[in-house]
Design a protein around this ligand. Structure first.
Ligand code: BES
Ligand code: MN
Ligand code: ZN
Length: 482
């Protein structure tokens, strides 16, 4: 999808569908006012397509709700509403007459959000649909044009990059585990590096992971016989001096639970246990596309978590990259084991601050549902920076506390740590407390996206993958590079 800005009269727009927003209480202005349409479209997010007896031929009136309540997040929703109307008329090019922003809201933020909402909403995963031979390809969203006399060009470009990067992450999330293996993700990382001079990649295979002393990644990958793990390190040098931001993404390409096997109902969804890695990969690609002046070191520990005759067993004791020992009381708490090594590796690669994204605990789904991801951090400044980027992106986070009493739950009897406790207390914080042991004294923020990576049902994401984290990380990188 391409997005661009124009400044022409309504009658000069060439899109298949032109969207016009209407705030509550507003009347349609001429020439649309005389079409007799849209009498009730001004109520929240309702839309009505009118066939216009002139040019453009089709206009969709979208209700924006109360002007003072209008935000970028609402613009994402109406962007999605307009894309659905475009799809109904089998159109491919959408134009928006940029609505006037309420006070305190930047025109650029609304413009970008319209592009994001339309772009996200157009995502479809149809590569495994057969039988379309001989038929015409279904229409897809090819262009979003923002029509305004304000200068929103830069913002619209950012919206375009974010929508496309988010959708690429969603594509990776959707791929089944027999396709999106650790090797496949490494291939995608290589592609990103090949496409950008400022990005380099280093891939470790099983032997190199073992040789490096990454005992967590080694242990979790032991159950997979022919699917090998990979430790993927992507570096983006956009500045070459100043802060280096570390990004870590959990990339379990399938989580059966291992020997502590999960119930079979719904297990197929565990192909999405690499959502953190997908978001980190495509965020780095987007940051490179935007040429942001910041340095990034991104780390994806990637493996399957399988039961087999060679698998990690409950009670096994492993040594993580920083020398800490862990008794693995539950092989289904595998994410923290691979992230532990990845955090240490990322710090050793020179990251000054680290943010990890992981589908880590079922508990976060119970606590926060699909609206907020959990944020856990050892540093108020970084936590605030993440929260503010989250607010602007619509990818919301809610901070949970760390406390010595939680930390005590993670202490081992015969080892430094245990990876899960029989008392099922504060599961999301437990995991965060465990990870904190591997942050090497660096400011760190952990984002548990197990509830927000899939099936949020939000208007612009619908069912299935969300790419949650791509926008948040790009927004954070923009802030830190300012
Ligand atoms: N990948 C799962 C968490 C998950 C749950 C992701 C639901 C997406 C949706 C993780 O590896 C896991 O199995 N966590 C366990 C930890 C427990 C054994 C301490 C959990 O949350 O049940
Ligand atoms: Mn698990
Ligand atoms: Zn998992």
């Amino acid at each position: 999808m391409k997005a661009y800005t124009t400044d022409v009269a309504l009658s000069d727009l060439d899109a298949d569908l032109v969207a016009v927003g209407l705030y509550e209480g507003d009347e349609l202005s001429e020439p649309l006012g005389s079409t007799g349409g849209a009498s009730d479209a001004s109520s929240d997010f309702k839309s009505q397509v009118i066939v216009y007896p002139g040019h453009p031929e089709r206009v969709v009136i979208v209700g924006l709700g109360k002007k003072e309540d209008f935000t970028a997040e609402r613009a994402r929703v109406v962007g999605a509403v307009s894309q659905k109307a475009l799809k109904q008329i089998k159109g491919e090019a959408l134009a928006w007459m940029l609505p006037e922003s309420p006070e305190g809201v930047e025109a650029g933020a609304i413009a970008a959000a319209l592009v994001e909402g339309a772009g996200f909403s157009a995502f479809e995963f149809d590569r495994y649909k057969s039988g379309s031979d001989g038929q015409e390809a279904p229409p897809e969203l090819k262009a979003v044009e923002i029509n305004t006399d304000q200068d929103v060009t830069a913002a619209v470009r950012i919206g375009e990059v974010i929508a496309n990067a988010g959708n690429r992450a969603r594509y990776l999330q959707s791929l089944p585990a027999n396709e999106a293996t650790p090797e496949y993700l490494a291939g995608r990382a290589q592609e990103i590096a090949d496409a950008n001079d400022k990005v380099t990649v280093e891939i470790k295979d099983r032997a190199a992971i073992v040789a490096a002393g990454m005992g967590g990644l080694e242990a979790v990958s032991k159950g997979g016989e022919d699917v090998e793990p990979r430790l993927i390190t992507l570096k983006y040098i956009g500045k070459g001096s100043g802060e280096k931001l570390g990004l870590i993404g959990k990339s379990v390409t399938f989580d059966t639970g291992g020997i502590s096997i999960k119930p079979s109902a719904g297990m197929h969804e565990m192909k999405m246990d690499m959502s953190g890695g997908a978001a980190v990969l495509e965020a780095v690609a987007a940051i490179a596309e935007l040429d942001l002046p910041i340095d990034i070191v991104a780390v994806l520990p990637s493996t399957e978590n399988m039961p087999s005759g060679t698998a990690l067993k409950p009670g096994d004791i492993i040594t993580q990259l920083n020398g800490k020992t862990v008794e693995v009381t539950n092989t289904d708490a595998e994410g923290r084991l691979i992230l532990a090594d990845a955090l240490v590796h990322c710090a050793r690669e020179g990251a000054d601050r680290m943010v990890d994204l992981a589908t880590l605990t079922g508990a976060v789904l119970i606590g926060l549902g699909s609206t907020y991801a959990a944020l856990i951090s050892n540093d108020d400044d970084l936590s605030d920076a993440v929260s503010s980027a989250a607010d602007r992106s619509g990818e919301l986070v809610w901070r949970l506390p760390l406390h010595d009493e939680y930390k005590n739950l993670t202490k081992g009897e015969i080892t430094d740590l245990v990876n899960a406790s029989a008392q099922r207390k504060a599961g999301t914080i437990y995991a965060g407390s465990f990870l904190e042991e591997f942050t090497e004294g660096k400011p760190w923020a952990h984002i548990d996206i197990a509830g927000t990576a899939w099936d949020t049902g939000r208007e612009y994401w619908g069912k299935g993958p969300t790419g949650f984290g791509v926008h948040l990380l790009v927004a954070l990188a923009r802030d830190l590079s300012a």
